[in-house]
Design a protein around this ligand. Structure first.
Ligand code: NDP
Length: 446
């Protein structure tokens, strides 16, 4: 049977666009459906605008640090409206680039919500089209716990369009989003209280890393409270945050809920297929194939590792396999990631606890280095960098590399190549450092 398309992609985010372009480059006839702006969460409401705001947030401390080097500046002003406009203009520029990329690849774009009618048929924008294969790449959306008044809290989606900088902000959640926004807003001058339900932020990261970054955030003035949110209500002076164990907190009209993300599967027509959904996410095998053999899914809607480069890699692996004659499986081990807090966190491989669980305490060796980077010596600031390597005793392989400090993401990206290749501690020791740098510590740890 002839279909309208070889491949129909639902969702023009990072995973969907990468897959559509790669498949089209191999000669497949491809369409993509999107009801929102092109680029998905990463470009419109996530990584890109967030990182621009992280850059904006660093200038106040740079000015302070500059004094140690002999520079003096008049006290400056920060214009929130200027930053929000500049960030959104950049996002709009990127949307246009995505449109050009789709056009250049000759991928057909359907603007509207796509719904699967049967396993080869999709309804979108009042049309019905058929495809040999369907790839679902619909991403996720912020979770909202069922708590009275939660609608009074904004999510990370809305932070990028806030007309005014909040004077006070309560942030719920100690994960990536909560921590990143706590640091950004704090450095821009907002009074930030972060409410977490455990003793420490960033569950799942190495314990030393969690402690180091949390201590730094506290030192920088963020109030971190261990508690649970009971309800939110309006108050004459803003928003009243009712907590289980502490007194209520008053904040501006704004609270930010950053309590994880959920796959966006509503009204996709999955009930018309054999696609399995478990814990709200599409179930796929190592080839991103669902239980319906011609339907595949990549990215956050599968809730494997919810990171843009993972979605892109899953999608390109699918396209290479089905349209490029290069059958391959994407490895989900040793995926590096970063949290753009201040100081930055970056990591690849196992935490110390994970390594002990697998190999026992005697089976691993841990190397740590904690120091004040040279940059902070003249400003006489107590900012610290922490680096950590976890080594498998039997094979000498690096099981994990972790860092808190300036440029952690840039440094760990390079280290991740070595870890992915199976580098040993002896390989690290044999590598000559670049001096003076912080990164050289990774090859000089004893
Ligand atoms: P995370 O899963 O990272 O963190 C969620 C936080 O909310 C945790 O601290 C969790 O606590 C807490 N939480 C969840 N439910 C409740 C509840 N009912 N009451 C109180 N606390 C609760 O989610 P985020 O929203 O921060 O980020 C979503 C995903 O987006 C991340 O996992 C990541 O994959 C991706 N992301 C990546 C970024 C990057 O690469 N730099 C940046 C931003 C997002 P607990 O730990 O106790 O469960």
């Amino acid at each position: 049977m002839a279909y309208d398309f070889d491949l129909f992609v639902i969702g023009a985010g990072s995973g969907g666009i990468a897959t559509a372009r790669r498949a089209a480059q191999y000669g497949a006839k491809v369409a993509v459906a999107e009801f929102d702006r092109l680029g998905g969460t990463c470009v419109n409401r996530g990584c890109v605008p967030k990182k621009l705001m992280v850059y904006a947030s660093h200038f106040a401390s740079h000015v302070q640090e500059a004094a140690g080097y002999g520079w003096t500046f008049e006290p400056g002003n920060f214009d929130w409206g200027h930053m929000i406009k500049a960030v959104n203009d950049e996002v709009t520029r990127l949307n246009a680039i995505y449109q050009r990329m789709i056009d250049n690849a000759e991928v057909a774009l359907y603007k509207g919500h796509a719904r699967i009618v049967d396993f080869h048929t999709i309804g979108v924008a009042d049309q019905t089209v058929t495809a040999e294969k369907i790839l679902i790449a619909v991403g996720g959306k912020p979770s909202r716990p069922n708590i009275p008044g939660i609608d009074l809290a904004i999510t990370s989606d809305e932070i990028f369009s806030l007309a005014q900088q909040p004077k006070r902000m309560v942030i719920f959640g100690g994960g990536y989003i909560g921590c990143e926004f706590a640091c950004v807003l704090n450095a821009l001058g907002t009074d930030v209280t972060q409410i977490i339900r455990r003793d420490k932020i960033l569950r799942g990261f190495d314990e030393d890393i969690r402690t180091e970054v949390q201590d730094a955030m506290l030192r920088h003035g963020i109030r971190i409270v261990n508690d649970e949110l009971v309800s939110l209500e309006k108050h004459k002076d803003g928003l009243q945050v009712n907590l289980k164990n502490n007194n209520m907190v008053l904040t501006d009209v704004v609270g930010l809920s950053a309590l994880g993300r959920t796959p966006r599967l509503e009204n996709l027509g999955l009930e018309n297929t054999r696609v399995d959904v478990e814990k709200g996410a599409i179930v796929v095998d190592a080839h991103s194939q669902t239980a319906e053999s011609n339907i595949y899914a990549v990215g956050d809607c599968t809730d494997r590792i919810n990171l843009t480069p993972v979605a892109i890699n899953e999608g390109r692996t699918f396209a290479d396999t089905h349209y490029g004659g290069k059958r391959r499986v994407m490895g989900h081990e040793n995926v590096p990631s970063a949290v753009f807090t201040t100081p930055e966190v970056a990591t690849v491989g196992m935490t110390e606890i994970q390594a002990i669980e697998k190999y026992g305490e005697a089976g691993i060796k841990v190397y740590r280095s904690r120091f004040r980077p040279m940059y902070y010596t003249l400003p006489k600031l107590e900012e610290k960098t922490l680096m950590k390597l976890i080594v498998h005793v039997q094979t000498d392989k690096i099981l994990g590399a972790h860092m808190v400090g300036d440029s952690a993401a840039e440094i760990i990206q390079g280290i991740a190549i070595a870890v992915k290749m199976g580098a040993t501690k002896a390989n690290f020791d044999a590598t000559v450092g670049i001096h003076p740098s912080s990164a050289e510590e990774f090859v000089t740890m004893r």
